[in-house]
Design a protein around this ligand. Structure first.
Ligand SMILES: [Fe+2]
Length: 286
């Protein structure tokens, strides 16, 4: 199988990486984890980040088959519906999103929100195969950060979402609803059982002072030097470290806007009878 061509876009406002994965032979493509720009001060959404992706796709002559989410993000809004309108493609996410939607629907008392995943075009099961042109892609369910997290494996490239970060940053928090540190540890071991040369593409990077943002590592690199989960770290050690660290973390700035939009597959809430859409802020719930 030919290698996927990958073009990645880093959004400095949310530290998110969007990946455009394409088959060089057929020019069919998937866009993984897109970003809708959102200014919480004015409540205004805009499209500069996703327009850069649209421009790349058009310039490269790609046909988009898939708009994939690794999970329902809590730190940025998805631009999948906007990209679908601009470029086509089907919005896909893990089947466990139903469980996540159930939690979000209750939190926001969102009567319009379904809990059966029907806002999405496709719900992926663990082990499912799908095509990006001539490339074969496989879905790994890698819960822990959230219950619905997926890793998409495309040949020797794996898109791990928030399962792992760069070796010097470690791993993602597990204290969101349905998150669990022991579950994340087991998911990470599953990812790190892929061949050592497998390239891991991340959804975020939070570079320390002096290092440029980076979003690609390998299984071998993670196993030798990830500060949280290098080979030899036990599940108990990881859970103790992760739980202690999570107790110190503030909620992400955009968590409330993000989860009520991303739970609707990136669609904004329906307009009220005055024609205006509103995001809700639940008090004393998080
Ligand atoms: Fe996340």
């Amino acid at each position: 199988m030919q290698r996927a061509r990958i073009q990645s876009f880093f959004d400095p406002a949310t530290f998110t990486v969007t990946h455009v994965v394409s088959d060089p032979a057929t020019h069919r493509a998937a866009i993984i984890d897109s970003v809708l720009d959102y200014d919480p001060k004015s409540g205004r959404a805009s499209h500069a980040s996703s327009d850069a992706v649209v421009a790349h796709v058009r310039q490269a002559g790609l046909t988009v088959d898939w708009l994939l989410e690794t999970h329902a993000h809590a730190d940025h809004l998805s631009a999948a519906p906007y990209l679908k309108q601009q470029l086509g493609g089907r919005i896909g996410i893990g089947a466990h999103i139903r469980q996540v939607q159930g939690v979000f629907k209750a939190v926001f008392n969102a009567k319009d929100m379904n809990t059966d995943g029907t806002e999405f075009d496709h719900l992926f099961e663990n082990g499912e195969h799908f095509r990006i042109g001539g490339l074969d892609a496989t879905v790994m369910h890698t819960p822990g950060h959230t219950p619905a997290c997926l890793t998409y494996v495309v040949g020797e490239d794996a898109f791990v979402g928030d399962t792992l970060f760069m070796p010097d940053y470690g791993t993602a928090r597990c204290d969101f609803p349905g998150g669990d540190a022991a579950t994340l540890f087991r998911s990470i071991r599953k990812v790190l059982a892929l061949p050592p040369e497998t390239r891991l593409h991340l959804c975020h990077d939070y570079p320390p002072e002096g290092r440029a943002p980076a979003w690609e590592t390998t299984v071998a690199e993670q196993r030798s030097s990830n500060i949280h989960v290098h080979d030899g770290v036990t599940e108990a050690e990881f859970v103790a470290m992760r739980s202690a660290r999570d107790r110190t973390l503030a909620m992400p700035t955009l968590i409330l806007p993000s989860i009520q939009v991303n739970g609707r597959a990136g669609n904004l809430p329906p307009a009220e009878d005055n024609g205006v859409r509103y995001l809700k802020i639940p008090l004393d719930l998080l």
